[in-house]
Design a protein around this ligand. Structure first.
Ligand code: NAI
Length: 248
């Protein structure tokens, strides 16, 4: 028996990186999975095949988490296909890094919409399902820069800070219905998102980390598994920093 046997999880942005690592771990722990991605590409289709090999039911949905309409549709389809959603992981996110002086309105709007509005979209769509089930765990992917701020990431940091406020509010609104809502704030995690940074920037991040290494997507997935499972049944409204001790 896995920690998530009998549960169904909906994970956004699961074609690679942290979202895919969470999907793989949840599958190994017995969860059926509804996975979303913005594009119907080889990366997504290969990820689905790889995750399916754990022997659970997996279905992919092409959906833009930034779209309110798409998010409602994907939740309706997932409920139709799996009859329930026990766990929602709002993972999809992007960066458009630049100093505020150079930031365009488009760069601001895109990051806020994809990172923050998406969390509103999916959570709003999933809450009625969880209310009916009288249980649920929602996990929102924030970032340590949402707590500490970061030069060159004012749009991204604002979106990730917004997620923390949203998480705390939702936890207060639906806690009495046995629905929990928590945030994960990863630090420097080695994925395609961080691969594009220069070697110098990567080195300077790692020097600030007491554990002296970048995190892996699996480090974040382990924390997500804890929050998704009954091991965290008395934890809600919290933000966990997954950052090798960088932020204390
Ligand atoms: P990634 O770029 O490797 O993967 C992002 C995933 O989201 C991809 O599957 C992509 O196709 C999907 N996606 C992008 N826009 C989408 C949309 N509008 N609708 C649906 N899917 C969409 O990124 P990574 O590193 O795996 O990050 C995952 C989450 O973790 C993001 O929210 C990111 O902000 C957060 N995070 C990452 C950190 C890192 O160091 N890599 C640190 C802190 C937070």
């Amino acid at each position: 028996m896995g920690l998530l046997t009998g549960k169904t999880a909906l994970i956004t942005g699961a074609s690679r990186g942290i979202g895919k690592a969470i999907a793989l771990l949840f599958a190994r722990e017995g969860a059926d999975l509804a996975l979303t991605n913005i594009a119907d590409d080889d990366e997504f289709n290969n990820a689905i095949k790889e995750i399916e090999s754990a022997g659970v039911r997996v279905k992919g949905y092409v959906s833009n988490a930034a779209s309110h309409e798409d998010s409602q549709r994907v939740v309706n389809e997932a409920v139709r296909d799996f009859s329930k959603i026990d766990i929602l992981v709002n993972n999809a996110g992007i960066t458009r890094d630049t100093l505020l002086m150079r930031m365009t309105e488009e760069q601001w709007d895109t990051v806020i919409t994809v990172n923050l509005k998406s969390v509103f979209n999916l959570t709003k769509a999933v809450i009625p399902v969880m209310l009916k089930q009288k249980s649920g765990s929602i996990i929102n992917m924030s970032s340590v820069v949402g707590v500490s701020g970061n030069a060159g990431q004012s749009n991204y940091a604002a979106s990730k800070a917004g997620i923390i406020g949203f998480t705390k509010s939702v936890a207060k609104e639906v806690g009495s219905r046995n629905i929990r809502c928590n945030a994960l704030a990863p630090g420097f995690i080695i994925t395609e998102m961080t691969e594009k940074l220069s070697e110098d920037v990567k080195k300077s991040w790692i020097e600030k980390i007491p554990l002296r290494r970048g995190g892996t997507p699996e480090d974040v997935a382990n924390a997500a598994l804890f929050l998704a499972s009954e091991l965290s049944s008395y934890i809600s409204g919290q933000t966990f920093n997954i950052c090798g001790g960088m932020l204390t």
